[in-house]
Design a protein around this ligand. Structure first.
Ligand code: NDP
Length: 296
């Protein structure tokens, strides 16, 4: 029997724990605050930001949402980040990506105070992660780690294949999987669009994390019997639904389920974990900045 890992249930549990920690901080006079900044008219970005703000409300985190006109010069966004960096009631800052083309996204990430960089994308935090001393683990790969832990899948000693090498998912995922600590210790291969014979790599893997953004590209015949499959992909494909589309992952669920011992669905797998880990990082940021330990 294949286990379908329920990301909603695991995320709810994490959010409940984080909510308890937020309440304990509040009792000590520290109300964790997360600022989200949106400089885009893109509907998907608006949806992501509103989901994050709603999660704040539900977790006892003060959400501060700011919107900037996408036509404003980059300086306006950078100045806004400076103000949030200086505001002691703001513990976490998240600028929703992508920013408009005339804004240098790297300059934006570097402007955020690393102590408030709850996405974990500032070069200082990337360096700390690589060095095995993470302050904030990036939310999606951290969520994958928590999913695996909750499902009783220990990567130690396993052959893992990460499909995708982006800065926000693939690279940090691979970094977490090779750490010498719990949730790591896997022998990890990173694949990408230039990988020769991807199927030969995934067929050798005990654990496949798919983060390529290509609908249903990993099929059952590319997997080994009894493996674990984590599907990070979220892809809109045309469908005969009310909205005219449906969401599918990077994994062809039914054929992969026939091979895997454990698999995450899309939706309801990694997606809810990403937001839960953002709440986690925000409360951790508030704890670190205030010196009130809540054991996260
Ligand atoms: P990017 O587009 O930044 O990166 C995709 C990566 O996949 C690249 O490294 C690319 O290779 C690789 N790739 C593309 N096509 C292939 C292929 N045919 N074979 C092998 N590798 C390939 O995407 P992200 O990392 O930002 O996101 C990946 C997916 O995860 C998307 O579907 C996204 O929507 C989803 N996502 C989901 C989240 C969640 O919370 N569930 C959060 C973040 C992302 P190369 O480097 O050579 O171009």
């Amino acid at each position: 029997m294949t286990t379908v890992i329920d990301g909603n249930e695991i995320a709810d549990r994490i959010r409940a724990d984080v909510s308890d920690c937020a309440a304990r901080l509040s009792e000590e006079g520290v109300n964790p605050g997360l600022a989200t900044v949106l400089m885009s008219d893109d509907g998907a970005s608006e949806t992501y930001v509103s989901m994050k703000q709603r999660a704040c409300e539900e977790t006892g985190i003060r959400g501060i949402h700011q919107e900037l006109d996408p036509d404003e010069p980059a300086e306006v966004l950078l100045n806004r980040i400076d103000e949030l960096n200086d505001d002691p009631t703001v513990h976490g800052i998240l600028v929703q990506m992508p920013v408009p083309d005339h804004v240098d996204s790297r300059a934006v990430l570097e402007r955020i105070d690393p102590a408030k960089d709850v996405d974990g994308f500032h070069p200082e935090n990337v360096g700390r992660l690589v060095a095995g001393d993470a302050r904030f683990k990036p939310c999606t790969p951290h969520g994958v780690q928590k999913l695996l832990e909750s499902a009783g899948v220990d990567p130690e000693g396993k052959d893992a294949v990460v499909v995708g090498r982006s800065d926000i998912v693939g690279k940090p995922m691979a970094n977490l999987l090779i750490q010498k600590t719990a949730g790591g210790n896997a022998t990890t291969t990173v694949c990408h669009s230039r990988t020769d014979d991807l199927a030969a790599k995934t067929r050798e893997a005990d654990l496949v994390v798919a983060a390529a953004g290509v609908p249903e590209m990993i099929t059952g015949d590319m997997l080994s019997e009894g493996c674990t499959v984590v599907d990070v992909g979220v892809n809109r494909v045309d469908a005969d639904t009310e909205k005219g589309y449906e969401l599918v992952g990077d994994v062809e669920f039914e054929s992969a389920k026939g091979k895997a011992d454990a698999i995450t669905p899309v939706p309801g797998g990694v997606g809810p974990m990403t937001i839960a880990m953002l709440m986690y990082n925000t409360v951790k940021a508030a704890s670190l900045q205030s010196g009130v330990d809540v054991n996260l």
